[in-house]
Design a binder for this molecule. Structure first.
Ligand SMILES: Nc1nc2c(ncn2[C@@H]2O[C@H](COP(=O)(O)OP(=O)(O)OP(=O)(O)O)[C@@H](O)[C@H]2O)c(=O)[nH]1
Ligand SMILES: [Mg+2]
Length: 320
């Protein structure tokens, strides 16, 4: 397989090439760093919106309608549905296919489900890399859906430029016990299923709680929606666009990008070193050390320290 050609095809709009590249990156293919470095020049255009919240809150339905609103304004959309709880994304794919039916035939919408299977190097990081592929592919918006139940999901939401936390009226009593995490990561709250009783009350409760959030210049709005009928979705889009404008003005984007790039550099470097060491060993590197280990004249820890301190054997291994 010629990865370079695959990247070129993807960059000219080939959806199947995009799908294949996503799979390679998801599986931590050795060419991952190469692929990602090839597309960097085309990244940085997509705006990433995360949707999280309790199971069944209506996230997929909302993402579907939100996509409709974006498409109506001429934006192209990438969707990543992250389901960390399931070992296979089969169920999620099926469910999302049904709920996002309207867009499955739309060439300007690319939908991808992923599960822990694709967690090579951490689910959040893999998701970020897939978002970069969608960005380079030319999507103006990338939407990430994940169930807001644990730390992994909160980490995934850190990728988003705007995080939308979706709740339902029944969550009223649970707000108090809601993980502080969800409250902190929300840039926008949605109370979905507003057709049900208690929506106005939970909105008021949220607004009261949000007033206690100290020293933020962005004031988190609470939007009522009925995802099934699409009511409130235009308002939600307006709020997302407002948040984007606020971020740009406040310089949030630039600061986050710098931090991410530094983190990514270190991770990519670690991976590259580990990969090259492993293949050098396969080709016979460190044979002398292995001999001494077998004879018992050195222990693994001392051997590792010695090799690192001496340096040259490692440099040779990395170069090869
Ligand atoms: N009454 C009502 N039902 C809704 C609304 N939005 C979504 N639903 C229904 O709620 C159910 C769950 O919707 P999903 O969109 O699958 O919710 P989800 O949050 O993506 O669910 P998971 O991904 O499984 O966590 C479906 O039966 C929807 O039709 C709404 O505004 N009102
Ligand atoms: Mg869903």
């Amino acid at each position: 397989m010629n990865v370079e050609r695959l990247v070129d095809q993807m960059l000219t709009g080939d959806r199947r090439a995009l799908a294949r590249l996503i799979t390679l990156v998801e599986n931590g293919h050795p060419a991952t760093n190469f692929i990602l470095s090839r597309i960097q020049g085309r990244c940085g255009q997509a705006y990433v919106v995360g949707f999280t919240g309790p199971p069944g809150a209506g996230k997929s339905t909302l993402v579907d309608r939100f996509t409709g609103s974006l498409r109506a304004r001429g934006y192209s959309v990438g969707i990543v549905a992250v389901d960390p709880s399931s070992p296979f994304s089969g169920g999620a794919v099926l469910g999302d296919r049904i709920r996002m039916q309207a867009h499955y035939l739309d060439e300007s919408v690319f939908i991808r489900s992923m599960s822990t299977r694709g967690s090579h190097g951490g689910l959040a990081r893999t998701t970020r890399q897939i978002v970069e592929l969608l960005d380079a592919f030319g999507k103006s918006f990338v939407l990430i859906e994940t169930v807001g139940v644990g730390q992994t999901e909160l980490d995934v939401m850190r990728i988003a430029d705007t995080t939308v936390v979706v709740l339902v009226p029944e969550a009223g009593d649970t707000i108090q016990t809601m993980k502080a995490g969800l409250l902190e990561i929300a840039d926008i709250f949605v109370v979905n299923k507003a057709d049900r009783e208690g929506a106005a009350r939970i909105k008021a409760e949220l607004e009261a709680m949000l007033q206690l959030r100290p020293g933020e210049s962005w004031s988190v709005p609470v939007v009522l929606t009925r995802a099934v009928s699409g009511e409130g979705v235009e308002t939600l889009l307006e709020k997302v666009l407002e948040h984007r404008a606020w971020r740009e003005k406040a310089g949030v984007q630039a600061r986050q990008n710098a931090a991410v790039r530094q983190e990514e550099f270190l991770r990519a470097l670690e991976e590259e070193i580990a990969r090259r060491l492993a293949s050098a060993v396969e080709r016979g590197a460190f044979a002398d050390v292995f001999d001494r280990l077998r004879q018992g004249t050195v222990d693994p820890y001392r051997a590792a320290l010695e090799v690192v301190e001496r340096g040259d054997a490692i440099v040779d291994a990395l170069r090869a």
